[in-house]
Write a protein that binds this ligand. Sequence first.
Ligand code: ADP
Ligand code: TRP
Length: 333
Amino acid sequence: MRILSGIQPSGTLHLGNYFGAIQQHIELQAEAGGRDRAFYFIANLHTLTSLRDADKLRALTRDVALDYLALGLEPERATFFRQSDVPEVTELAWYLSCVTGKGLLERAVSYKDKIAKGLEPTMGLFNYPVLMAADILIYRSTMVPVGKDQQQHVEMAQDMATHFNVAFGKEVLTRPDWRFSKAPIVPGLDGAKMSKSYGNTIPIFLPEGMTEKQAWKTYFASIVTDSKGVDDPKDPNDTLMLLYRLLDPSGAAELEPAYVKGGIGYGDVKKRIHAAYSAKFAQFRDKRAALAKDDAYVEGVLEEGGKRARAVAHELMREVRETVGIAAGAWAR
Ligand code: ADP
Ligand code: TRP
């Protein structure tokens, strides 16, 4: 078994990322049973499809590393690395693209969404799922924990593995399975899916210098609700309750009967959500601040992870090159 997942450093990580992906990644470290079986990486090559600012990419990559390490990723229990530290993924992506029909990529929902949102339709964006398939297949990953929006991409990786194996008549690549977290779609401040690109996020860590009071105004007080009054019966699955349940399941279960019956106002629940958020994430803030002062440690973790991941990739790439008929020179050893 190998668990693998990637996260793009394309913006500040938010509660959607946490409950949809990160929390599960951290929990799975234990289930995986060793750092050779849990691989997590920062997908900085993918972020080039949406970001053209070298300093910003470097800063966001560091932020993701700090966030993961502060939230509980343990380098002794998981291999943590930068996607770009295993450059062979781009080579495998080429081999995969040569057995993948254009029609498969044209069906990608995420590509269409991103174009609709105004991203430039570059070849990088179009080929995004091919690079993601290479990320998965190069480590013979068997399980890919992701949020619902990534399901289609993992299914494409399954298809590409099969296409490759059929095209070359050999079982070289392993078909991966996807796995959802308990919260495949976390709602944002406006009730739509929480996403960096919708500007409706609550960050896991407050921006530097932001006070709790400012956080209340910026995030929690601005969660959109309808106009029901305190005494009106309310929907136990509205945005407020969905967020509250994620942050404090027992508090939400206790509140639910009264919420449904009437007598609890939206403002009250927003305050509870804010309190639950602070209780849950404040504990990680100090660790993050300490890590932020120790760049050498963080860089060391990523470099060591990159070496380990690359060694695994090398094995598969030897077999892949042999299978397609590409002679590898000394550079491949
Ligand atoms: P964003 O939509 O903010 O750009 P990404 O696409 O970078 O987020 O997602 C990183 C990971 O977090 C993926 O596994 C994705 O499925 C998960 N994720 C992101 N937003 C949500 C959400 N609102 N609910 C559940 N999972 C999410
Ligand atoms: N596309 C994923 C996202 O935006 C990130 C990613 C890149 C990934 N490669 C991956 C996730 C491989 C899982 C496996 O969230």
